[in-house]
Design a protein around this ligand. Structure first.
Ligand code: P71
Length: 464
């Protein structure tokens, strides 16, 4: 393999900056008004009031000059756009699936897959839930069952593959409900809700053997699987000499299909796809996509979006891209950890997660400590982050009570190719300042709770 110099020197951005977007700085008074108006929910704040936006790495990355040039090559024909065929070929080449249906973003693909594969009363095991993924499984009549390893639920465990599936948990489920009630296993790369934690190739091989024996397909959530491949290369015996590209292919070859939010790994602002190797499944997806998204050769995207995605996939597998991407997140995480801030370990690929239970131990989980901390970080420095705890987990459909998940986290998510090291330093300084006055921070009361994915639009008031 042609190893870039990043292996012997500090990582640096493998690009230079050609265009900039100016940021607006705000006063404490302005931020106070803004967060109050937003009901203490960062999803309801306005982008113009944000200084450093760490809400998400979804669709917030910077496209390259080649991607922007690709926009000009958009073939906006209703049917059979050239960009579709280009994208199909690139997905075939890098991910290796035979068939592909584009969708407007990840949840569009999840909707198709859930509607097609899940029957009422089915159980869908997965290596931890993701909000939209689980919702689509439930809307299709299924029940999500968490089969991730226990280490994933412990923010202090430094196990290197916290995204692994616990095969015993899976086997228990299969024995309990019968393999015919398990339509597939949902396997996520770099598990988002666990802190961006990878599965290992050894675990995937074991899972593959188990699933083949029981006739259960493995459907990959490929959203951040290129980043998962990087961790395999870095941490797993026998993979140091393989390229990210080869490892990605090895992962996909052990699975039966995928859903993808291209807004992450694939470096585009919008887009997704469903892909698989089974022709009958593909035909169904191709048919259903016209109901929800658009014709099967655009799936809710413009031709130019598909072109940018095809180019983004090529750039995403570059070693130097991932070295800088993961290097930047690690830089932030290590600085926070060295300052004594409780974060989830090991540091993931797309974000640093602050453990709000340890940061604010005086706030009960039903008073939403992570939500309160996210609001406080905005107030302190105009930094926008995301709650990933009790609000995101929602209510248990059976008991109607808050799920009170083991992980109560604030996610500092790093957009790809957007912020500099100096921005990361400002984030560190701001988190430390909030930590110093953590005893003054109060919990929140939820005063408006929408029915679906409540975290997006819920409103809160501070408890006195
Ligand atoms: C993230 C997002 C975007 C998001 C979604 C829901 C709530 C808050 C933020 C989206 C993912 C994802 C995984 C693993 C599927 C989707 C849906 N993540 N799987 O982390 O991380 O994709 O947003 O394109 O529909 O901020 P979509």
């Amino acid at each position: 393999m042609n190893t870039p110099d990043t292996d012997k020197r500090t990582w640096a951005e493998p690009y230079k900056i050609k265009m900039v977007e100016l940021l607006r700085m705000t006063t404490h008074k302005e931020r106070q008004a803004a967060i109050q108006e937003a009901g203490y929910n960062t999803f309801l704040t306005r982008s113009k009031d944000v200084y450093i936006d760490l809400l998400t790495d979804s669709g917030t990355g910077a496209m390259s000059d080649r991607q922007w040039a690709g926009l000009m090559l958009g073939d906006e024909a209703y049917a059979g756009s050239e960009n579709f065929y280009h994208l199909e070929a690139v997905i075939g080449e890098y991910y290796g699936y035979k068939y592909m249906v584009p969708t407007h973003q990840g949840r569009g693909a999840e909707n198709l897959m859930s509607q097609i594969m899940i029957k009422a009363g089915d159980h869908v095991p997965g290596n931890m839930y993701f909000t939209t993924t689980r919702l689509h499984q439930e809307l299709a009549g299924g029940t999500f069952v968490d089969v991730i390893v226990d280490e994933a639920h412990d923010p202090e465990s430094t196990f290197p593959f916290k995204g692994n599936v616990d095969i015993n948990k899976l086997d228990r489920l299969v024995k309990e409900v019968g393999e015919e009630r398990v339509p597939y296993i949902s396997l996520e790369g770099n598990v988002n809700m666990a802190g961006g934690q990878p599965f290992s190739m050894a675990n995937l091989n074991e899972l593959h053997a188990y699933c083949r024996k029981h006739g259960i397909p493995i459907m990959l959530d490929a959203t951040r699987t290129i980043e998962n491949a990087w961790f395999i290369r870095e941490r797993e015996d026998g993979y140091a000499g393989k390229s990210v590209r080869e490892i990605l292919r090895e992962i996909c070859d052990l699975t039966d299909g995928c859903t993808m939010s291209a807004k992450k790994d694939a470096l585009v602002n919008i887009g997704g796809f469903f892909a698989c190797n089974d022709e009958a499944l593909y035909r169904q997806a191709q048919n259903l996509v016209v109901v929800y998204e658009g014709l099967h050769t655009y799936g809710g995207l413009a031709g130019r979006d598909m072109e940018a995605m095809a180019q983004g996939i090529r750039e995403a597998v570059a070693e130097e891209h991932q070295a800088a991407r993961i290097g930047q997140v690690r830089y932030l995480g290590e600085k926070l950890a060295n300052a004594g801030i409780p974060i989830v370990l090991p540091i993931g690929s797309h974000a640093v997660f602050i453990d709000a239970k340890r940061f604010l131990p005086h706030i009960d989980q039903d008073d939403y400590p992570a939500q309160a901390l996210a609001a406080e970080l905005y107030l302190e420095a105009g930094i926008r982050t995301m709650e990933r705890g009790n609000v995101s987990a929602g209510r248990d459909p059976k008991t109607g009570k808050n799920r009170r998940p083991p992980l109560e986290l604030v996610r500092l998510t790093i957009p790809r190719r957007v912020y500099t090291q100096a921005h990361m330093d400002v984030v560190v300084e701001s988190v430390i300042d909030v930590y110093k006055r953590r005893d003054e921070i109060r919990g929140l009361k939820m005063e408006y709770e929408p029915e679906h994915l409540r975290f997006f639009q819920a409103r809160f008031t501070p408890l006195s």
